[in-house]
Ligand binder design. Structure first.
Ligand code: ATP
Ligand code: MG
Length: 251
């Protein structure tokens, strides 16, 4: 089967951005993991709100894991741009959870949250604090993912994960997401003008899809590019977008 046929057959999950769905044969491939990268203020969180809100409109169960902002702030930020999650939260259809990366059990908490509910959409916003924190693996029992804990100290039986081994903790997050039926979005902060597609330079290879958000301050323009999408024939051309009440729109 060629890629074009395949593009049409795979079940698609609407992103909440009509024109983006049109570029992707209806949306993100079901159960895929997409990395949304971009510099500060490029619209990563807004895209996540749109994606989850679309699920709410369909009566789905959605989860937003925040790594840098407390729940209350995130819910308010979403409401200000037109996505009021409060009724869905009250009905148990949406869950917002802040994960403190300084807590030892951050990975365990995160995995429990991901596995516990019966979510169809999961957002992890953003992966950057996780990929930058010091990580140690307990060599006494490194078959368990829960040994990936932040200890803040190194003893003889612990090794710092660096270089290629860093892949292991990203792989771990991705494995947790893959073990669910959800379609997921992970965001990654990029310094303005970065040549990479994620801050860690690794996530883009592990994810099924990569969407890059960017802006050109001198032209006062915003862009969205689909850089990669599994099972999908797509254009690489940056699309002009605007952000306003109601989220991201193509222009
Ligand atoms: N009501 C609005 N109308 C127009 N633009 C808005 C509105 N609200 C927010 N924005 C724009 O959206 C940007 C914030 O988008 P968002 O929070 O999604 O960015 P982000 O990529 O998640 O940033 P960060 O990396 O800092 O988390 C603001 O900087 C502003 O330019
Ligand atoms: Mg954000």
């Amino acid at each position: 089967m060629d890629i074009l046929q395949e593009s049409k057959i795979i079940r698609r999950i609407n992103t909440g951005i009509k024109e983006l769905d049109e570029l992707l044969y209806g949306g993100l491939p079901e159960r895929s993991i997409t990395l949304v990268s971009g510099p500060p203020g490029s619209g990563k969180s807004i895209l996540c709100f749109q994606f989850l809100y679309e699920g709410i409109k369909n009566g789905e169960q959605v989860l937003y894991l925040s790594l840098d902002k407390k729940e209350k702030g995130v819910i308010l930020q979403a409401k200000a741009i037109g996505f009021d999650f409060q009724p869905a939260i009250a009905k148990g259809k949406a869950k917002f959870r802040y994960l403190n990366i300084n807590k030892k059990q951050v990975y365990e908490t995160m995995t429990n949250e991901i596995m516990e509910g019966n979510y169809t959409r999961i957002v992890l916003d953003s992966i950057t604090p996780l990929s930058e924190m010091p990580l140690y693996v307990d060599e006494r029992n490194n078959s368990s993912p829960y040994t990936y804990t932040y200890t803040g100290s190194i003893d003889a039986e612990e090794t710092i994960l660096t270089g290629p081994t860093r892949r292991r903790h990203l792989r771990f997050i991705i494995t947790a997401l893959e073990s669910t039926d959800a379609t997921s979005i992970i965001t990654s902060e990029l310094p303005f003008g970065s040549p990479y597609l994620s801050r860690d330079g690794i996530s883009e290879f592990l994810a099924d899809g990569v969407i890059l958000l960017n802006y050109d301050p001198t032209m006062d323009r915003r862009k969205l590019s689909v850089i990669k999408m599994r099972n999908t024939k797509h254009t690489l051309k940056p699309q002009n977008i605007q952000i306003g009440y109601g989220g991201i729109q193509f222009v």
